[in-house]
Design a protein around this ligand. Structure first.
Ligand SMILES: [Zn+2]
Ligand SMILES: [Zn+2]
Length: 548
């Protein structure tokens, strides 16, 4: 009976369920580990923003990561965008293997690229196409099956469940039971259990966690208000009716569901079945070289030509007695760098960077002189990737590329901020629009900002909130904790006024959570094939496609 007190949470939201999840990934993982759980799933709303961080974090701490997503399913076609408001249903998907993971990436990408209407939505057509390797759970009260049961659309609910079983396969679709002490759940759960008996569709229980501990429900409620721009005291607003959406222990889950042991056991079965190894590999797009050349030979040709152009300047310095090393040392260094770059198979990488910088120069787009370890490369100097002569400054190539420890080279390019988009445009045209995208980045709730956000939802007068916010130092690494240590007035305010006390405690709980996504100003991904086959994609409100 060693499994008796075991349980795996298969339905969890982190702060990447933006403004609806109050758990940081790191803390979720730590809590699961400290509760002795063997595995943990991450299932944010409609996105895979936290996937790699979660996967890495869990692996590092000896916890089995299960990659999933609570997706939005359009009632009709994903292309139909009318009716007003979000009418989509929830569905929980877990990747059973690598194929499932790839399919999940595609579904989530198409949700943004094709189905976005209030939420990133997929539809049954997409689900049928990309169901392989995925385990589906019927989700919360917003799932299509429970929703129809609640509306007493008995036949439609059964039809929905059978369709989902048909799509995912008999072993890969589960009816999901949740008990947050909500009346609707108490109404629907017996109906789901009955459905399971009649159809043979297996059951599983989850707790749809949105925060770590029970007492965090207050902070989570404030977070929801920030997200929906409401005030906590407002009656008519989205709220979670109970404080039960926390990360319960196996014992607590057993107390809830122990009378139907299979629904607990199935969490473990599903966790055992999910075996996913996310491979990270370095993929480089091919660089097209003129006829008669290989990437290596073309690389060598442009490097040698570039060096020839740099030479008169070096010769002039030598004649003036201002060159530290004779030109023969340059020639040797150049030959050995070329050899090493060919050996480590990074000729194409250099050609790609060279081409970008050349494009910028030819179009008078200002480019920085180069920074980071690449300044140690004479090849980079010859290609005008950098403007720094590494011999003159005693900079070593080995710090950039070391044949004994082949790490992908890393060249930072600084293009003029105002004209950067022209370079990105050029890259997209050259390597194919589907193969190029920008990188996503996340704004987090910083100390001052979160005080203002929380103050607004608690309906504290603006002047008062402003006074408190300004007691937090206006610097990038400021935290509320540090401010409390350094600023006695902040503590005084807390002691004097209970509302301010609540404000600061809640703000501190929400500080650092991801608040919104945006496009990284400078990061671009270039791949050898369409990105949708490699990574999950996201579309911003400005219609820019980015990574997730
Ligand atoms: Zn849901
Ligand atoms: Zn959920």
């Amino acid at each position: 009976m060693s499994e008796y007190r075991s349980f795996v949470h298969l339905h969890n939201h982190s702060d990447y369920s933006l403004l609806d999840g109050a758990s940081k990934i790191e803390n979720l993982v730590d809590l699961a580990v400290s509760l002795g759980m063997p595995a943990l799933a991450l299932t944010d709303h409609g996105n895979l923003f936290g996937t790699i961080q979660f996967y890495t974090e869990a692996k590092k701490k000896g916890l089995k990561p299960i990659i999933g997503c609570e997706i939005y399913v359009a009632r009709d076609s994903r292309h139909k965008k009318s009716g007003g408001g979000d009418q989509s249903n929830h569905l929980l998907l877990l990747a059973e293997n690598f194929i499932g993971y790839q399919n999940l990436c595609r579904l989530v990408s198409y949700g943004y690229l094709e189905g976005f209407y209030y939420k990133p939505r997929v539809d049954k057509e997409l689900l049928s196409r990309y169901a392989g390797g995925l385990i589906a759970l019927s989700a919360c009260l917003k799932g299509a099956v429970p929703q129809k049961l609640l509306m007493e659309q008995h036949d439609a609910a059964y039809e929905e469940a059978l369709t989902l079983r048909e799509i995912f396969g008999p072993d890969n679709f589960f009816l999901e039971l949740q008990d947050h002490n909500l009346a609707s759940q108490h109404q629907v759960n017996p109906l789901l259990i009955e459905m399971s008996k009649k159809t043979g569709i297996p059951l599983v229980c989850t707790n749809d966690t949105h925060y770590l501990n029970r007492e965090d429900s207050v902070a989570h409620d404030v977070l929801l208000c920030i997200g929906t721009q409401k005030v906590v005291s407002q009656k008519d607003r989205l709220r979670y009716e109970t404080d039960q959406f926390y990360f319960k222990s196996a014992q607590e889950m057993h107390d809830l569901w122990g009378h139907i042991p299979e629904v607990i056991e199935n969490t473990l079965r599903i966790a055992e079945r999910c075996e996913l190894e996310i491979r990270t590999e370095q993929l480089l797009p091919p660089f097209e070289v003129p006829d008669g050349f290989t990437p290596d030979s073309y690389f060598e040709k442009v490097v040698r030509e570039g060096f020839k152009e740099r030479k008169p300047h070096l010769e002039a310095l030598a004649a003036a007695g201002r060159l530290k090393y004779p030109l023969s040392v340059y020639e040797e260094r150049l030959a050995s760098e070329i050899e090493m770059i060919k050996q480590t198979k990074f000729s194409s990488y250099f050609l790609i960077v060279w081409d970008l910088i050349r494009y910028a120069r030819e179009h008078s787009i200002p480019v920085g002189p180069g920074r980071g370890s690449v300044v140690g490369s004479l090849v980079a100097y010859s290609l005008r990737i950098t403007d720094i002569d590494p011999l003159q400054y005693e900079l070593f190539f080995e710090r950039f590329l070391n044949p004994e420890r082949i790490a992908p080279p890393d060249i930072d390019m600084d293009f003029c901020m105002n004209r950067r988009s022209e370079v990105i445009q050029y890259v997209a045209e050259k390597y194919g629009r589907d193969n190029v995208c920008q990188i996503i980045t996340f704004g987090t709730m910083a100390a001052r900002g979160v005080i203002r956000d929380v103050g607004r939802t608690l309906d504290i007068p603006y002047a008062e909130v402003d006074r408190i916010a300004k007691l937090i130092p206006d610097e990038p690494n400021a935290t509320i904790a540090k401010a409390l240590e350094q600023e006695p007035r902040l503590n005084e305010e807390m002691e004097k006024n209970e509302k301010i006390r609540d404000l600061i405690i809640i703000a501190q709980r929400l500080e650092g959570l991801s608040r919104h996504s945006s496009t990284h100003a400078a990061g671009v991904v270039i791949a050898p094939k369409p990105l949708i086959d490699l990574i999950p994609l996201h579309k911003t409100s400005k219609d820019e496609i980015t990574t997730q």
